[in-house]
Design a binder for this molecule. Structure first.
Ligand code: CA
Length: 521
């Protein structure tokens, strides 16, 4: 007679053990917005401690070269959903509307027998509810840091109910996530849960618990805080994301948020009044003013991360208590990196390290080696294929990403990618970073800024110039490198069907650089 155990042996010999859905691992995908690797202690932060995120690194694998393909929120989220580059999934820049009718990994996971949920920031438009999820409760657009309204579709039928929450958004997302884990799951199915924070996106409003953390500290400044843009390209001079010039009164907390409850406002004012008065009573100029702005910016940014790290800890604790931890993959990542004063900047968008590289840590008990570190070039474009392979579902042939499952098992395929293609489209747009594409290999970057009034090439060498301040493109010593990278770049553009002309959707009707300068300052 076949016992259950013997049946399992039988099916696993046949290679179809995935028929037993409950044995496939659950996936908890913890996602934040604009969380720089420089502010994760597992990545060597000199600024802060993230003990709960670090726990995932101690118990799992930390990826040191997870590179995004288009360093901006909406597009990177669309790439994660579809496993495709922006020019193929149609979401090239913020402001585009994601076509949820296309093939996405959550839909295929559902077909493979997974229960799926997304809670928190969605940012792919409100024109249609998230598709492919049995449960969704999402912020509207960027969503506020406090008291967010959210749209809830509790059974995946596309009907959304608007729910007004009171409290700090990161805490609310954490509470909703725990509630779903406790009460929303179907016990006989594996699940894939995306819990997605708004923090630490601009304008970095800390939660009530952390408003005065770091008050008595002076944060170290990055080496390139006082960058000389005159020695750089026109593309670098044109941007509007400088700490000395482009942070406004809201960013700097010189005015209070307008959507707080009286009690929240009181806590907020108590925290900032003294600090602000000290600054306003004896105004600073020049270098001391830039230093003050940097300190104000970085502390609020780190305070926002403290709530995210706390939420990670709450989820890990619950997975332990409930016994789910052993068969659950936990991932921590961000939609891209961020500048914490490097090059004098805040924000993202560029192909340079701080915004190209995103934190990516995976814990999978029994499969991923504890405390391991990987340096292969992986990308969020690989997540969709990876999740499908884990679920035992085939990966669509037209997807650009590739499953990293073998890498998670410690066995990088010989033909794993050596180069990654990057393409940023949003100009004119917030912070006025010029359109550019390029190729990266972990050491060199060949970059092309390609608009009518800015046609510039740049070659970065991270070994010779780790701070990415020098352009080696015209240096005769680099001629061979430029040629070989140029060939690879052309090959990748052809292989990926990158159109010669940018798709129309990457331009917004009536947009001008002046409009964005007006919105910013
Ligand atoms: Ca982002």
């Amino acid at each position: 007679m076949f016992t259950r155990n013997r049946l399992l042996v039988f099916f696993s010999i046949l290679g179809i053990s995935q028929l037993f859905g409950q044995e496939r691992p659950n996936i908890v995908f913890i996602f934040s917005d604009d969380h720089a690797y420089q502010a994760v202690s597992a990545y060597g932060s000199v600024l802060n401690e993230t003990p709960n995120i670090d726990r995932l690194a101690t118990e799992g694998m930390l990826f040191d070269r997870c590179y995004v393909t288009n360093s901006i929120c909406g597009p990177q989220r669309a790439t994660i959903q579809t496993g495709k580059y922006s020019h193929k999934n149609g979401f090239l820049r913020n402001g585009n509307h994601f076509d949820g009718n296309q093939k996405t990994f959550p839909k295929l996971l559902q077909k493979a027998g997974y229960q799926t949920a997304v809670i928190g920031k969605w940012h792919l438009g409100e024109h249609m509810p998230p598709k492919g999820y049995d449960y969704s409760e999402v912020l509207i657009g960027q969503g506020p840091y406090y008291n967010p309204p959210m749209l809830k579709d509790e059974n995946g039928d596309g009907k959304q109910e608007r729910i007004q929450h009171t409290g700090y958004t990161s805490d609310i997302i954490s509470d909703l996530t725990l509630a779903w884990l406790k009460n929303g799951r179907e016990p006989n199915k594996p699940f894939m849960l995306m819990t997605q924070h708004k923090a630490p996106h601009r304008n970095w409003q800390p939660g009530p618990k952390y408003l005065t953390k770091y008050d008595d500290q002076v944060m170290p400044e990055p080496a390139t805080l006082f960058e000389d843009y005159n020695i750089r390209l026109k593309a670098h001079r044109d941007q509007a994301m400088q700490i000395d010039r482009d942070l406004n009164a809201n960013d700097l907390k010189l005015v209070s948020p307008t959507n707080l409850t009286p009690e929240q406002l009181k806590t907020w004012t108590n925290a900032y009044r003294y600090k602000n008065n000290r600054f306003l009573d004896s105004p600073l100029t020049g270098v001391p003013e830039i230093r003050w702005k940097y300190q104000r910016y970085i502390k609020d940014y780190l305070r926002s991360i403290d709530s995210v790290d706390e939420a990670v800890g709450e989820i890990l604790d619950y997975l332990d208590e409930s016994g789910l931890a052993d068969n659950t993959i936990v991932i921590y990542t961000s939609d891209q990196g961020f500048y914490l004063g490097e090059h004098g900047w805040f924000d993202k968008r560029w192909i340079y390290e701080e915004s190209l590289k995103t934190p990516f840590i995976v814990r999978w008990p029994g499969t991923v080696k504890t405390g391991s570190k990987n340096e292969d070039i992986v990308s969020p474009i690989d997540f969709a294929a990876t999740f499908l392979e884990i679920a035992g579902h085939s990966v669509p042939e037209d997807w650009d990403g590739r499953s990293i499952l073998p890498i998670l098992k410690g066995d990088t395929p010989n033909d794993w990618r050596k180069f990654l293609y990057y393409h940023y489209y949003e100009y004119p747009g917030w912070h006025l970073v010029r359109r550019h594409y390029g190729i990266v290999d972990g050491r060199y970057k060949l970059i092309h800024f390609y608009e009518d009034d800015v046609d510039e090439w740049e070659l970065i060498d991270l070994v010779a110039d780790p701070l990415e301040q020098k352009n080696f493109f015209h240096d005769p010593k680099y001629e061979l490198i430029v040629h070989s990278l140029g060939r690879e770049l052309e090959r990748l553009r052809m292989q990926l069907d990158v159109p010669d002309e940018d798709p129309k959707a990457s331009f917004m009707q009536g947009d001008t650089p002046e409009r964005y300068l007006g919105l910013l300052r």
